[in-house]
Design a protein around this ligand. Structure first.
Ligand code: WT7
Length: 667
């Protein structure tokens, strides 16, 4: 872990106490869980409580063993069980609700497509047949680069149907980022779309896949291309002969196709989701079929309170884990109706979200603190114009400031909806810390209590547990495994152990009790038993709820010819949570200029994506370094945030931070 973390588990976090809000009685009366015995049930019979989640699914053969912990941290869940995730999300609903809408998709410009479970069944079968025709076999990794259109869940489910793990790369990622993920997964089939709408413009999205295939070392032999307007290919898109195939054509060939869902072992991988870590290389978090699907279905039911008759809207992007778990797999496994929206929340007007909520009579709404801060900035007049009535609201991805929480509660929830603040990660598959909404009072700014069967704790930097509920800050860890956890980092078991386990575990032990999962976050276990999340302790920042590694940004900047050295620091931002500031030393003889600055911004956009664009580029003569030459990013962060500089005497040149500070803030 980074050597400049100063928590030590000693400092009492000085955070203002918040008042509690009771869940409304009308919510409690109808909640999926209102009996507090659930926590004891999961705790006393651990790990067997998790069977309650697995039993929400249809299994082809039941598991023999709930947890095999003989080889930590390579845990196996529901061992011997067999199931198919697509079958559980689609086929099994046909008897009871084939004419119920599964997906209410709304295009940015107002076009729409409403797919019933029967429609979804047909579409998924056609796509599964199409993938098979293109040579995709069980266990081949298929890379998806799809935006928020029905093609995305259809393709994911089609992959699951034939047992091919999908690896969806968020559509906002650049061609280079896509190429990197194609190579890491050694994936030779890519699925993309010609275009999609962003603020009224039909983007040429496919060009990113074209460039990625060119850049990748892997020999991609097939690119499947969906069309945003079926049968009407984007004018600017090129079709590469012998490699590209239009999904529209394939679907026509397989119109009435039926593909039997393949039987998967519970431990067979369902998908990969890449996420940023502390090195330049993103990690492919590998999620298993049985444990993952059980966990997201269980938490969708108990935490999100989803019922089949609800209209549920998670306004995240399926390109991140939130959308995988809580737009696609959990909600569809429960047979509910989900809203999916393609576009920007302020296009064509700032009331767009509430207009959709009113139109579909949404019951459950799910968004990020960044979005809440943005809605707050726009003002209450937008939501006030529309008639909608949420019973349940979720936030995810970042800490929510009490001020934003209170605004969300009042203006969006009308003071009679519950808010659940869910803490979890790409790696954890599903929620780990959050209140079960009917059981515990809400407290603005705190994620809440552990989910059933989950055992979080706070450790100091020396690996010693900090007394529970002592109000002290430290490293957030999870002491026991859970079914939604990642299986490994794709193709790199060693990195899996190094990144998540080594710091707080006895890695020579084969006793599960000696293995502790490091989340990478700082947190406080408050005296009332609630957990308050403080943010990342490693070189990972959180920009508008999206995780970004400083190393990835730094390597993108270092590619720029004029740059000798670069360091990235997270600056707090009222709207986005954090934004990247880039500190750059130029090569000998190069003068700072707008052109160099633009080149740096462009490099980040090209290597990662526009969402990672630096907020500031600061040209400096030198970076603050220790005597051994390690860059002290913490000091840059203090400068970016205009904080006191602490001890700089151990630096090679102690005057450097002051010089940079003068440059940024003036004398
Ligand atoms: C990191 C994980 C899990 C889906 C979205 C992000 C931060 C997440 C909360 C929360 C405070 C949160 C943590 C975590 N985070 N949820 N409710 N309160 N911080 O997934 O990209 O894997 O990022 O997001 O820092 O480690 P991710």
């Amino acid at each position: 872990m980074s050597d400049d973390v100063e928590f030590e588990g000693e400092i009492e976090a000085r955070l203002s106490e918040q008042e509690y809000f009771r869940p409304p009685a009308k919510f409690v009366g109808q909640a999926n869980v209102s009996d507090p015995a659930i926590h004891d049930r999961f705790g006393d019979e651990w790990p067997h409580g998790f069977e309650e989640y697995a039993e929400l699914l249809d299994w082809e053969s039941r598991w023999d063993e709930t947890l095999d912990a003989s080889n930590p941290p390579f845990y196996e869940w529901f061992v011997g069980g067999e199931l198919n995730a697509c079958y559980n999300c689609v086929d099994r609903h046909l008897d009871e609700r084939k004419n119920q809408v599964a997906l209410l998709w709304e295009g940015e410009g107002g076009d729409r497509s409403h797919l019933t479970y029967q429609d979804l069944y047909r579409e998924v079968n056609r796509m599964a047949a199409a993938l098979r025709t293109m040579g995709v076999e069980e266990d081949d990794v298929v890379t998806l680069h799809l935006p928020m259109v029905p093609a995305l869940p259809i393709t994911m489910l089609a992959c699951a149907r034939i047992g091919a793990p999908h690896s969806e790369v968020f559509a906002g990622f650049s061609a280079s980022a896509l190429a990197q993920r194609i190579d890491d997964a050694d994936s030779d089939v890519v699925v993309t779309i010609d275009g999609y709408y962003r603020r009224g413009e039909l983007l040429n999205h496919k060009q990113k896949a074209d460039q990625a295939v060119e850049e990748a070392d892997t020999d991609v032999d097939t690119v499947l291309v969906w069309e945003r307007h079926e049968g009407d290919l984007h004018d600017d898109v090129d079709v590469v002969e012998d490699r590209d195939v239009l999904v529209t054509d394939l679907k026509a060939d397989h119109d009435r196709a039926r593909v039997d869902p393949v039987t998967r072992n519970a431990e067979d991988p369902l998908f990969l989701m890449y996420t940023s870590g502390t090195t330049g290389q993103p990690k492919g978090c590998q999620h298993r079929t049985g444990g993952y699907l059980s966990y997201v279905t269980g938490t969708s039911k108990y935490v999100l309170d989803i019922k089949p008759e609800d209209t549920y809207w998670c306004a995240a992007d399926i390109g991140w884990i939130t959308g995988h778990s809580y737009i696609v797999y959990g909600p569809l496994a429960l047979g509910t109706t989900s809203v999916m929206y393609e576009g920007a929340p302020d296009h064509p007007h700032k009331g767009r979200i509430w207009e959709i909520a009113e139109k579909y009579d949404v019951d459950i709404f799910h968004t990020s603190p960044t979005a809440v801060r943005m809605f707050m900035k726009w003002g209450p007049e937008y939501p006030e114009e529309y008639d909608f009535d949420f019973r349940h609201m979720t936030t995810v991805g970042e800490p929510i400031q009490p001020e934003a929480w209170l605004w969300y509660y009042k203006y969006i929830g009308g003071e009679d909806a519950v808010i659940v603040d869910t803490w979890w990660q790409t790696e954890t598959g599903g929620h780990l810390i959050t209140n079960l909404p009917a059981l515990d009072d809400m407290k603005p700014g705190s994620a809440g209590k552990p989910c059933p069967g989950i055992q979080p704790a706070i450790y100091d930097d020396n690996g010693n547990p900090v007394e529970a509920a002592s109000g002290k800050a430290g490293n957030l860890v999870i002491e026991k495994p859970w079914p939604g956890m990642l299986q490994t980092v794709y193709g790199d078991d060693e990195r899996f152990v190094d990144e998540y386990w080594r710091d707080f575990s006895d890695t020579n032990s084969d006793d599960m009790a000696d293995w502790v999962y490091k989340a990478g976050d700082g947190a406080v276990h408050e005296r009332d038993g609630y957990f308050r999340i403080l943010g990342r302790l490693d070189d990972v920042m959180n920009v508008a709820g999206h995780r970004l590694g400083t190393m990835e940004l730094e390597s993108a900047v270092a590619e720029v010819e004029e740059v000798a050295e670069a360091a990235v620091a997270a600056r707090e931002d009222a709207e986005k949570g954090e934004v990247p500031d880039v500190y750059v030393v130029l090569r000998e003889g190069i003068e700072p200029s707008e052109a160099v600055r633009n080149g740096i911004v462009r490099a980040v956009e090209e290597e990662i994506g526009k969402f990672a664009r630096p907020a500031n580029v600061v040209f400096v003569d030198d970076l603050p370094k220790t005597r051994s030459g390690k860059i002290m990013r913490r000091l840059l962060e203090d400068i970016s945030n205009d904080q006191d500089l602490g001890d700089t005497t151990t630096l090679r040149d102690p005057s450097v931070p002051e010089q940079i500070r003068d440059l940024v803030h003036g004398d």
